[in-house]
Design a protein around this ligand. Structure first.
Ligand code: SF4
Length: 405
């Protein structure tokens, strides 16, 4: 390990040994400080102009990714049999209490900014149930199960099976499980909405704000408008009282118009609104500045209108490009989220984001990843070309959003 971090890691190791006495508080503090220092060191190295010193510094820092697992190995080697307290102290600051099931790659839309590959794969109920069992084996008491795609409502029978098992398992294990589903809104028919309501889902509906933006950015696979179907689907959701938020994606060329999207969505009666900047697209400094300015205006009008702008809350994790959620793909392979949400860009390198097979993955917690870990993988995957420039711009935009909160 790099010498400069070795002393901190030894301190973390000593603190971990006492995790049963202080609930792991000291270890968590030290680990958080190491994460922050490593992240900043890698960010500086990645932003540096090319040069052999910078390159060797980058390589050295990247080697420290997933150091928490190495610390676990050191504890075991020194004769410790790790208890739940040790593991919680070591891993609770990394990863997420959420598992995402990508239940289908099929979708009725062809959004201009979509980075998920479309093909005819749908998850089997057996794989979905393996995902549920894996999440339920977690040391965490409160967990979340999210359904994603493609369009997850095209695989509603699989979603039903997973939810039924998750509810029974949570009851038996004394856990709480919260369900989330991200949808394009087109398949929100009466059956789907009644299911979502009965199981207390929180729904994320993608809607780009105005009909013209939706038609330009989110046409159907046949090239027709998705607007009428979306409007009636969301209306059904609202009338049923299912909690939801709408998510609008803003492209770099529309950066200065984010507040208009928020105003249009608020005028349609939506009370929770999130703006996503397009990932996998390069944002110039001017476009990033215009977006921040437009979001400041959106924040003012959201307060005036009594609308929740989700971007201002900690629920929105930034930088998004370094999200740590684990995603189970249709075939049961578990990936770090970046590998799936930027799949179109990383087809060749998707395997770098591979974690395990959900059917024999071991303890959920040990796959946790910090923003530094994800940054290190991403930096190894994007090479030194245009993709690097794009993703660093996504990362810096996300950081500026986090700092502005
Ligand atoms: S609805 Fe989602 S999965 Fe479908 S094309 Fe649009 S962004 Fe991609």
């Amino acid at each position: 390990m790099t010498g400069v971090y070795e002393a901190s890691m030894s301190r973390a190791e000593r603190a971990l040994l006492n995790a049963d006495k202080d609930g792991g508080a000291a270890a968590r503090r030290i680990l958080a400080a190491i994460d922050a220092a490593l992240f900043e060191a890698l960010r500086r190295a990645e932003s540096a102009a090319d040069g052999s010193a910078a390159a060797s510094r980058r390589a050295e820092i990247k080697k420290l990714a997933f150091y928490r697992r190495r610390l676990l190995g050191r504890l075991i080697k020194s004769g410790v049999r790790p208890t739940g307290d040790h593991l919680r102290a070591l891993f609770s600051g990394s990863g997420s209490d959420r598992l995402i099931l990508l239940v289908t790659h099929a979708c009725q839309l062809r959004c201009a900014y979509c980075r998920v590959r479309k093909y005819g794969a749908t998850m089997t109920a057996d794989v979905a149930e393996a995902g549920v069992r894996w999440l339920m084996s977690s040391l965490r008491r409160d967990v979340e199960l999210q359904f994603f795609g493609g369009e997850p409502l095209l695989a509603l029978p699989v979603v039903r099976r997973a939810v039924a098992l998750a509810e029974t398992s949570a009851r038996n294990a004394g856990k709480t499980v919260r369900f989330l589903l991200t949808t394009n809104g087109l398949a929100l028919d009466a059956e789907a909405v009644s299911f979502l309501k009965a199981h207390r889902f929180h729904v994320e509906v993608s809607c780009d704000g105005t009909m013209s933006a939706q038609d330009a950015q989110r046409p159907t696979a046949r090239g027709t408008s998705s607007w009428p179907q979306l409007r009636s689907g969301v209306e059904r959701l609202r009338r049923a009282g299912v909690p939801y938020q709408v998510i609008a994606v803003v492209l770099p060329e529309d950066a200065s118009r984010a507040h208009e999207r928020v105003a249009a969505l608020a005028a349609m009666g939506h009370r929770r609104i999130q703006i996503n900047y397009a990932l996998g697209r390069h944002w110039t400094d001017a476009q990033a500045g215009a977006l921040r300015e437009s979001m400041d205006r959106a924040a003012v009008s959201a307060r005036r209108l009594g609308v929740e702008l989700v971007n201002l809350t900690v629920k929105r994790r930034e930088p998004v490009v370094l999200n740590s959620e684990l995603t189970v793909d249709c075939d049961g392979t578990v990936y770090r989220e970046t590998g799936v949400c930027l799949e179109e860009d990383f087809q060749e390198m998707k395997k770098r984001f591979r974690v395990a097979d959900v059917r024999n993955a071991g303890l959920f917690e040990t796959y946790g990843a910090t923003p530094f870990d994800n940054f290190a993988i991403l930096a190894s995957a994007y090479g030194r070309g245009g993709m690097r420039r794009t993703l660093l711009s996504n990362l810096e935009l996300g950081r500026s959003f986090a700092e502005a909160r």
